[in-house]
Write a protein that binds this ligand. Structure first.
Ligand code: C5P
Length: 289
């Protein structure tokens, strides 16, 4: 039995860090958006009793360091399916360590696929809890769309969908470790806070322009990303109404209201940025194909 799932990348339209929690993690306030840049994850059951991962990106580990592998092991153990084997085949399109939740999207796809293949032993709420134990962005990746994510990212509330804009995503060659980015937050004395209540008020009433006026990502105050300034200036010059880093970086995204501006911007960025994508908002994190 086999299922193919497309797993969407996410952007942080708004990201504020509230405080460090006693468990070392951080309490966050994020407005998250799924976008149509997908990994394709094929999950096949076997009777080998083993979990295997194959990935189109040879630089990624295929063992317990891969979150998709850990997702399968965790699912099988919690569902009491010790004799079951799982082969996971990942076509990687979402760049790694990029602030786009690429690994979390793959883990979400594995949980979703295994739950479907076994007749849904876990309800949605339980699947989200299992996802949260794997990684902070996994619950959002399981649900997707436009959501407010709070606490460590696992407290999710739906928001009205954003308009059907065009996003240009530019991922410079560098990668950022989320753990290092949070450590930098601890070392950074003072950060300017964002207007969370105002942003949420706009997002909840579907006022996207109002939301963008108040938006920001506090990681930009202490995570250094090469080319961030020049990427933003190309985006603005090509008509982007808003540009910002996603997550702990280094991907920078720009919002465009027409495809011509987005494509012209992408073409210019491709001259000096490693990976550039044009995509649109989508309403789901994982979807069977
Ligand atoms: O949960 P995830 O594996 O994505 O997190 C990677 C690292 O980022 C964690 O080990 C932790 O150091 C940090 N983190 C945090 N607070 C969060 C999410 C992640 O401090 N809410």
């Amino acid at each position: 039995m086999k299922i193919s799932v497309k797993a969407a990348a996410k952007l942080n339209i708004f990201l504020d860090i509230i405080r460090r929690l006693d468990n070392g993690y951080h309490s966050l306030f994020m407005i998250m958006q799924s976008v149509g840049l997908y990994d394709v994850v094929k999950v096949t059951l076997s009777d080998s009793g083993k979990v295997t991962v194959l990935c189109s990106d040879p630089s990624l580990p295929c063992d317990g360091r891969n979150i998709a592998f850990r997702a399968a092991c965790k699912f099988l153990s919690l569902a009491g399916l010790s004799g079951v084997g799982v082969n996971i085949d990942i076509e990687k399109n979402i760049p790694c360590a990029a602030g786009l939740a690429g690994g979390s999207a793959d883990a979400a796809a594995v949980l979703y696929a295994l739950n479907k293949l076994h007749g849904e032993p876990f309800c949605e709420t339980r699947l989200l809890e299992i996802g949260a134990e794997l990684g902070s962005d996994v619950p959002f990746c399981l649900t997707g769309g436009t959501r407010l994510a709070q606490n460590m990212g696992e407290v999710l509330s739906p928001l009205p969908p954003v308009p059907d804009v065009f996003f240009v995503l530019a991922k410079p060659c560098s990668s950022v470790s989320t753990m290092d980015a949070f450590a930098a937050f601890g070392e950074h004395g003072q950060i300017s806070r964002l207007d969370r209540a105002g942003a949420l008020y706009c997002a909840a009433k579907g006022d996207f322009e109002g939301l963008l006026k108040l938006s920001g990502n506090v990681f930009e105050q202490f995570v250094e990303v090469p080319d961030r300034v020049s990427i933003k200036s190309v985006m603005r010059r090509n008509g982007s109404t808003f540009c910002q880093m996603s997550g702990s970086g280094p991907t920078v995204f720009g919002i465009f209201d027409n495809p011509e501006g987005a494509e012209a911007c992408a073409a210019e960025l491709r001259e000096f940025v490693g990976s550039v994508f044009v995509c649109r908002p989508v309403g789901r994190g994982v979807e069977e194909i």
